[in-house]
Design a protein around this ligand. Structure first.
Ligand SMILES: N[C@@H](CCC(=O)N[C@@H](CS)C(=O)NCC(=O)O)C(=O)O
Length: 216
């Protein structure tokens, strides 16, 4: 049985599993309560961050690596174009840009604003992280000018990666997306598998609803 530990970026993994129709269970991890109180999870990921995956005797972390693992081990799936497919290069680029360029940058903007001591909130690192987020977002916008999805005409795991990052920026960072990105997010989140993932990820669902209410 596949077990996903933790929501947060674990939402990407749950969404992918729903798209692939694979059986799994979600094991919640509450970072706010503190992972030091969760020895079972710490045995899975001693570094204490989420998500982590357990699949039989395989354990791994990093949401994009987990997605690549699942598609390779339990595929093939059209969510991962083959290397000889013309869509492959764009797929690879945006699959990784969704985390390395977008979500990771926005994460440091969000934690600086919300968790840093008052005097350290407006720091150079957080401003630089926002600049990095915006420059990478520019590549997403350019790509969406010529195709409905990031790898071309078909939805792929790159769209799961980037959609998560864009929703994170909106919900946690209060970031206003442009019209092109908003239409894109409406397209990707309109999928049945996204809705099913939301129903499984109750903490994400509550967070999304709270962010929507706060934005009104
Ligand atoms: N690059 C990692 C980022 C993981 C990450 O930063 N997760 C956050 C929550 S979504 C977390 O656990 N933060 C607490 C920490 O890093 O100690 C991934 O994509 O899985």
């Amino acid at each position: 049985m596949i077990t996903v530990f933790g929501e947060g970026r674990g939402f990407r993994v749950v969404w992918l599993l729903e798209e692939m129709g694979l059986p799994y269970r979600l094991r919640p991890v509450d970072l706010l309560v503190g992972v030091e109180n969760d020895p079972v999870f710490l045995a899975i990921n001693p570094a204490g961050f989420i998500p982590a995956l357990q699949d039989g005797d395989v354990t791994l972390v990093e949401s994009i690596a987990i997605m690549e693992y699942l598609m390779a081990r339990h595929g093939p799936t059209p969510l991962a174009p083959e290397p000889r497919d013309p869509a492959f290069a764009a797929y690879q680029q945006f699959l990784h840009l969704g985390e390395a360029g977008l979500a990771a940058s926005m994460y440091f903007v969000v934690v600086s604003r919300n968790l840093a001591p008052e005097a350290e909130r407006r720091n150079w690192g957080a401003r630089k992280a926002l600049e990095v987020f915006e420059s990478r977002l520019g590549l997403v916008t350019r790509q969406l000018a010529s195709s409905p999805y990031l790898a071309g005409e078909a939805f792929t795991a790159a769209d799961i990666s980037v959609t998560y990052a864009l929703e994170f920026a909106q919900r946690a960072g209060g970031y206003s997306l442009g019209g092109v990105e908003q239409a894109y997010v409406a397209r990707t989140t309109g999928r049945d598998a996204y809705r099913r993932a939301m129903d499984v990820c109750q903490a994400t669902k509550a967070w999304a609803e709270a962010a929507k209410a706060a934005a009104r």
